[in-house]
Design a protein around this ligand. Structure first.
Ligand SMILES: C[S@@+](CC[C@H](N)C(=O)[O-])C[C@H]1O[C@@H](n2cnc3c(N)ncnc32)[C@H](O)[C@@H]1O
Length: 314
């Protein structure tokens, strides 16, 4: 396992300034990664403060343990999926917290480690598991999914215009022998997309398909709504939730879940009077802000990032 962990945290100051309201408080980082945000949080907390850091990736856990080894506040690091937030907090003996952070997606370390199979730029076995103990990888999707299932994920999670042709080319190619590597998959995608389109501007031809497979392998979207709601449920009044998203699919979920929790009424507009008695649970503080020009100059990964912060009401 690699000792170096390369990842530049996105909107670090905006996120940590917006998240911390009490220097003796308890904060949960649901996506530790290399502990960039977490280190900034622990640097600010005093000795009564506490950080609970979660990640499902062994290399992130190892890097975070090293980076957070000499904090003055209490630090608890948990290897788990944040979809288990409810149980993780119970195991830690915590009910109410002051802040919860989600910095979604994969780290640069995961993307840059060729053998993890996340990158269309490097040839490696088809994998893309954030949790390497999981028994389901990109290989299973590419070699076992029916044509219509491939079409669904490429269309929904990749928003790929050529989803049908790419799925058809994959199904045809695997009839000869299994598709084993990212390189083989990239070649198939390139063959499926007409050359004129492929050569036009718009990024690498495999970008959207790789995004779709990664989302499916790790069920990245399906767990978000419950996780955000669980986080808000466990915030103290005045506590904050901060969410950083990197593509429109996860951002739409973050936006809609926060909007619903911040609304007084969620009745269909056709109803003449409110029947839902829904009470707002949170107040929206930061509604999808982008990284500054200065940050974009030094970190291209921040280009698509959006930060949302909300505060729990009394
Ligand atoms: C963008 S990186 C976080 C980087 C971190 N904020 C920093 O500044 O160093 C996202 C991390 O979240 C982890 N992750 C993504 N989805 C997760 C999930 N559902 N449960 C636990 N960890 C998850 C990934 O393994 C990855 O290490």
């Amino acid at each position: 396992m690699s000792v170096d962990f390369h990842h530049i945290s996105v909107m670090p100051k905006e996120t940590v300034d917006g998240l911390i309201t009490d220097l003796s408080g308890t904060y949960v980082d649901c996506t530790l990664g290399g502990a960039g945000h977490s280190k900034m949080i622990t640097d600010r907390l005093n000795s009564d403060g506490r950080l609970i850091g979660i990640d499902q990736d062994d290399s992130a856990i190892e890097a975070a343990k090293r980076r957070l080894s000499d904090c003055q506040c209490r630090v608890d690091i948990v290897k788990d999926n944040f979809s288990n937030l409810e149980n993780i907090l119970a195991d830690q003996g915590v009910d109410q917290v002051d802040g919860v952070l989600f910095d979604l997606g994969v780290s640069s370390h995961q993307l840059d480690t060729a053998e993890r199979g996340f990158s269309y730029m490097q040839d490696a076995p088809l994998d893309m598991r954030m949790n390497q103990q999981k028994n389901f990888s990109a290989y299973d999707i590419i070699n076992d999914y029916e044509l219509n299932e491939l079409c669904r994920i490429f269309k929904e999670y990749g928003e790929e215009r050529w989803y049908k042709r790419i799925a058809q080319f994959i199904v045809e190619a695997r009839q000869t022998s299994p598709i084993k590597t990212t390189g083989e998959l990239v070649d198939i995608i390139k063959k499926a997309i007409p050359a004129a389109v492929r050569n036009a501007k718009g990024g690498h031809p495999a970008k959207r398909i790789f995004q779709a497979i990664r989302i499916e392998v790790n069920n990245e979207l399906g767990i978000l709504e419950d996780a955000f709601k669980t986080a808000v449920k466990h915030l103290k009044p005045g506590g904050r939730i901060a969410i950083i998203t990197f593509h429109s699919l996860e951002d739409r979920i973050a936006k809609n879940v926060l909007k619903e929790m911040a609304s007084g009424c969620i009745c269909p507009p056709s109803l003449p009077i409110c029947m839902c008695n829904h009470k707002p649970e949170i107040k929206l503080l930061v509604k999808g802000t982008a990284a500054s020009v200065e940050e974009l100059e030094s970190n291209s990964r921040a280009k698509s990032a959006k930060l949302r912060i909300a505060e729990k009401l009394d």
